[in-house]
Design a protein around this ligand. Sequence first.
Ligand code: MN
Length: 301
Amino acid sequence: MTATTIARLTTAPPNGADITDLFDFAASRPHRPEPEGNQRRRYRAIWISDVHLGTRGCNADLLIDFLDHVDSDTMYLVGDMIDGWRLKKRFYWPAAHNDVVWRLMKRARRGTRMVYIPGNHDEMFRQFAGLDFGGIQIRRKAIHETADGRRLLVLHGDEFDAITLAHTWLAHVGDAAYTALMGLNRWVNAFRRRAGMPYWSLSKHAKAKVKNAVAFISRFEEVVAQAAGSRGVDGVVCGHIHTAEMRDIAGVAYYNDGDWVEGCTALVEHHDGRMELLHWADEIARRDRDAPAAVPLTLAA
Ligand SMILES: [Mn+2]
């Protein structure tokens, strides 16, 4: 074996933080240290999901900022925290993703009750349901009791795909993909024209599918709320469809904590039981606006 081969084998992957650093947690340090003397907003409970660590889409920096500014008695990780599907195809793990995991593990050590409910993208952790790792309880679902005495069923939400996902392959699609489809429509028809085939509107097809996507979201919300209602709880907290929401559905409180790919949202419970959806990009913008203006550097001589 040549020296260069050995060097290549012993060098960390270019995109990479080393996940194994976290195995010896006591000795591990985050790439980006936690801010010192930071006044954290305190909540009774926090729910986040659909972080999709291991993908380029994950807004790890925003999530780190969130974690550095809030704290809670209980924190629920409502699934799709790590994208195992994507990691299997292509290994992508920057230092910021290690830092997210480090901060979550650190919270458990500091005494936050941490409950991790794996989703469909991190289903490999479901086999550990019922076990506790480093103070993090892994469960398939949980019941959360609010300060005002309501019982909320907490689950990821993919349990309902079989009922709601019949033909809606565009379930997660937004405007960007729709625009891309419109572009694709031009290519498809240029090709068809050259092949002597008649015009076929892909975008018209897509439009119908996007309408289906909107219908899918409200159908998902209704199905989940109904299932929760039939289990006799007052409400349900889930993730999965990347659409943050908080509404009453036929007497059942439906909460979706959103995601950290597009929306960057979290659901929180205040100490009086009041629930709130935090849009973290807006919170950062507000913080920057309210920050005291910098002291002018031009001082009189
Ligand atoms: Mn999911």
